[in-house]
Design a protein around this ligand. Sequence first.
Ligand SMILES: Cc1cc2nc3c(=O)[nH]c(=O)nc-3n(C[C@H](O)[C@H](O)[C@H](O)COP(=O)(O)OP(=O)(O)OC[C@H]3O[C@@H](n4cnc5c(N)ncnc54)[C@H](O)[C@@H]3O)c2cc1C
Length: 476
Amino acid sequence: MPIRLIIGAGVSAAAFLQTSDDDHETVVVGEDGLWAKLAEHPMGQPAHLLQLPGTPVPTFQAPNGEMSLDNFLSSGVFQQGVSRIVAGKRYGYNPSRKVQRISKSRSQPGKYVAWFDHHHALIVDRIVIATGIGAQRKPPPVSGTIPSGLGYTQVIEGIDFLSDPDEYTANIDRAIYGGSATAAWVADLASQRSPRMNWFARPGGTEFSGAVLPGSRNAEIIKLCEDNDLKRLEEVEKIEIVNTKLHIHIKGKDYYYIADQFIYALGGDTDTRLTSSLYQILDSDIGDALSPIIDLNGALGAREEGVVALGTADRKVMIVGAATYNTTTPTLRNKQTAPMSELPWNAQVPDGIAVVGASISALNSFIPITQVATGEPRQWHDITITRNDININLADRNQLTILFSLMFDNWPSYLVESLTASVINERSQVSPVIPTPTREMFGIDRSELFSLIKAHAPDLTDFHITQRCQLVGLTT
Ligand SMILES: Cc1cc2nc3c(=O)[nH]c(=O)nc-3n(C[C@H](O)[C@H](O)[C@H](O)COP(=O)(O)OP(=O)(O)OC[C@H]3O[C@@H](n4cnc5c(N)ncnc54)[C@H](O)[C@@H]3O)c2cc1C
């Protein structure tokens, strides 16, 4: 059986494993992904917006979206689901080894070699690169001598800070740099432990606004900082270590801020010259052959707008998931755009879990309906659909159309298409501000779905619709 290697053991690897059903034996290498490193944490979305494809859909629970984080999914629970999927597929005696280089096989033309080091390699038929957001952008220049024995790292990257509780030293002053959701999370933790804190974002970029996306929790953190005047729209030019303190110099200003710890979260570094860049790992004849696999059907957004993966023409080598959206190709230098405008607004994080799961499902044309035939297979009424993991909130356009075609097999196709469009429209409404608890940003729930169906077929009662749902294996 041909072998496919998935590089990476995070959400993207799990989503790929769940959605590909060809005749390859698939194995996984790499450490656990991001969520295994981060301690218990309420994630940016409730469970139904973080569901992995092919797993049972959690019941819709609208979080209140205020400071209470009830109903946001915990990172530990989420990671359990990822680990369960990946565990049985890990390859070799040391499955967390890193792949250092990918080349074409000389001895077996048409195959690829994943090198762990100069002496250890795996020859495979296909490679799926699911290596996540990759290297993070560097901090502004730091000068001076790092003092010893402080007990914390003076200048530290945001994810490194979040994933190491030893860095959460109490009663030191902190400066946070970057306006992203990751920075908001850092700011949340820092505000609980630092008597003084400043949160900086560079003017002219996405500023602090990007941090609102994954849940109004972040909006609340921003508000907290605003009420206490902790936010600064200023560009940090350089950092000077003076004794045990950091002097944080601002571009174009003659003053500086003083802090003990500087935490930067500036997003993915797309510099292809970095040694950890995929373009240093991929031999150039492979890297040059990669091009965007476009969302031609508009599965998750406007037709031909988003990129579901990068791949060679024969798709034997592909970059999927978060890595896709932080990657440039040698020929196309721009960051790739994720298809996501048809997902609930709260799930529209370019390299977030909903986009990862939904884009990989679309890439693999995954339709999660399992049919079990009982009795004579030719008698249609003996076919029972026993399970249906289509998540109305995350399903791509193709999945929804198939689902509704099965549910309403007597409808003309234009009505099925209209219902698909109205469900997508309803679930992806954008609320410009997050003033009060609102359900809109968390997608569509049962009662909304039922009323959209009734708008298309006024004769149907709740009882009828429930029966139709049962017919396709949906529990409501
Ligand atoms: C702090 C933070 C908070 C976030 N919060 C949310 C959120 O609340 N909701 C949301 O939807 N998204 C969130 N995201 C977005 C995040 O990118 C996704 O959640 C998700 O982790 C992406 O999955 P992935 O599998 O592509 O990458 P990862 O989970 O990062 O996994 C990458 C994998 O590749 C492996 N790897 C890398 N290089 C190599 C190599 N050379 N050889 C072998 N293995 C390798 C790694 O060990 C790892 O297993 C957040 C991101 C950050 C940084």
